[in-house]
Design a protein around this ligand. Structure first.
Ligand SMILES: Nc1ncnc2c1ncn2[C@@H]1O[C@H](COP(=O)(O)OP(=O)(O)O)[C@@H](O)[C@H]1O
Ligand SMILES: O=C(O)C1=C[C@@H](OP(=O)(O)O)[C@@H](O)[C@H](O)C1
Ligand SMILES: [Mg+2]
Length: 185
């Protein structure tokens, strides 16, 4: 069996399942796991909602880029990215050179059902910190998803997590895809 890449990066939209799948995948592969959002919180000493509220999204994005660079330099294992971590083409190119990029694809309708009430994702809240209406959320998230898709789609492996399979099954399928990809390489 050829060697696995040093790092496996999971990308995809908010609520796609990156964090939950990444943690289980790392367990199956018996390797280390990092959630990039946890790293950002650790390095800034603030929660994600606090960063957005006190310092704004651009500060969060800068902290996200710094955290990702550190992870690439110092960490081997599975990395669950945030939904906006693929900030531009340079970031995607950098990740591709330093590991295997996996895209977890989930329809917006499923994402809305999963996370629309979640207060830990500031992009889902209005300026007063209250959940946005379903209609506003659907419109905004659809536009953001379409903007990000060309970057997500550059992943070498794509897997659908549309809510019809449980996380264990998704991880099993993903493991197979990763092994097939490594063997074919
Ligand atoms: N296949 C699935 N079946 C049931 N719940 C799921 C599935 N995939 C993800 N979830 C749930 O959806 C929510 C969002 O998942 P999470 O891993 O936090 O997404 P992300 O990190 O991509 O934002 C969590 O509550 C998670 O348990
Ligand atoms: O899509 C985004 O811009 C974001 C996604 C979040 O991570 P998840 O994708 O794990 O929810 C987190 O990084 C932050 O709230 C911003
Ligand atoms: Mg996450």
């Amino acid at each position: 069996m050829p060697e696995l890449p040093e790092r496996i990066f999971l990308c995809g939209f908010m609520g796609a399942g990156k964090s939950v799948i990444g943690r289980k995948l790392a367990k199956e592969l018996e390797c280390a796991f990092i959630d990039l959002d946890d790293k950002i919180e650790e390095q800034t000493g603030q929660t994600t909602p606090e960063i957005f509220e006190k310092s704004g999204e651009s500060f969060f994005r800068a902290a996200e880029r710094r955290a990702l660079l550190k992870v690439i330099e110092r960490f081997d294992g599975v990395v669950s990215l945030g939904g906006g971590s693929l900030q531009n083409q340079q970031v995607v190119d950098h990740l591709k050179i330093n590991g295997m990029l996996v895209f977890i694809e989930t329809p917006i309708s499923v994402i809305l059902d999963r996370i629309s009430q979640d207060k830990n994702r500031p992009l889902l809240l209005d300026k007063q910190g209250n959940p946005k209406s379903k209609k506003q959320l659907r419109n905004e998230l659809t536009a953001l998803y379409e903007k990000r898709l060309p970057l997500y789609r550059q992943a070498v492996i794509q897997i659908e997590n549309d809510g019809r399979k449980d996380v264990e099954d998704i991880v099993k399928i993903l493991l197979k895809k990763i092994r097939n990809h490594v063997e074919d390489y």
